[in-house]
Design a protein around this ligand. Sequence first.
Ligand SMILES: Cc1ncc(COP(=O)(O)O)c(C=O)c1O
Length: 405
Amino acid sequence: MSAITLPVDDEVGVAAFSETSALLSTYKRAPMELVGGEGVELIDSDGKRYLDFASGIAVNALGYGDPGIARAISESLGTGLIHASNLYRTAPGEQLASKLVERSFASKVFFCNSGAEANEGAFKFARRWARKIGTDAKVEIIALRGSFHGRLFASLAATDRPSYRAPFRPLAGAVSICERDIGDLDTALDEETVAAVIVEPIQGEGGVRVLDADFLGRLRALTEKREIALIFDEIQCGLGRTGYFFAYENVGIVPDMLTLAKPLAGGLPMGAVLVSEEIASTIQAGDHGTTFGGGPLLAAVAGYVVDRLSDPSLLKAVRENGTWLGGELDVIARRSGKVRAIRGTGYIWGLDVVEPANEIVKRGWDEGLLALTAGEHTLRILPPLIMGQDDLRRGVNILEKIISQ
Ligand SMILES: Cc1ncc(COP(=O)(O)O)c(C=O)c1O
């Protein structure tokens, strides 16, 4: 039994934190202690099982106990080379980069260790390129209202969450937030001063807001005309979650850079920046770096994960089940009268709920369901991409119960 016995409080998706823990209290954790996982379920220290509608915040796309991940790890360990540093060539990283290049618009890939790092890297690459094609004034990074791009100083400056930002000012300079409005962007995107715009095709933390193809298309046209780099942050919505390997494939709009992380290495920490040929050609040795990025163990696992997540039958199932799931959530909304709006696609959905979403998440724990919030009144669900319709149905039934209570 966990030592955590304090009552839950009203934070987003969380409960009171054990005062006995030595972990710095940057998170307030749920009271149960997770000790294992199997398929699409997690198991706590009392042996209770939870159906997973959270995927470790969009990470565990292949669920728990995937034999291919175990095989990739053990084969990699068999080489004795967990890490080599980026001073030497290793095959898994080069192969993984080639796979991502083959499947995308990009000509080169930079590997790092997290989503925030991937975005910080993309900002640097954008500035490097922009200074080359423009003057030293072409440095601004613009992000959108409702965005979440990470919690380091530049990625935080590009994150539209006042409570995350205020205590840590000054944030990185020349990074600002613009409304999700093409007229406002038209004004903000000054060719002389702006290096890049960063956009989540589906804003995850900001309430699961799907940016439509028309908006993204106009933004693409503006950025192309003014020689401003368009960065898609697909850290949460990419790698199969929309039912397309990249979210941009669904809308048919191609960025200049794209950032990935969360599910990339099956739960091991890895991020990536996919870079167009034009921008890549301006990057030189020494411009950026990281000790662990793209190491052989991580890259071997990610190579397997990328193969699995680009499997057409898995992607088709996510699209079809996702359409079905959206319909079921609609039914819950109508029957319960407690849902104001539903947004999403594939296996990423947000429900605007009347009561604080956190209360519903907590009731889910009692009923054996893990779900998430995305803001105070948005319930967010991100099932593992391997979840079939029977388990989705099971989760939907629990959702209906905890929303209607
Ligand atoms: C869209 C998006 N970008 C960036 C990040 C930051 O990723 P990380 O927590 O790995 O730094 C997240 C994390 O939730 C995210 O959802």
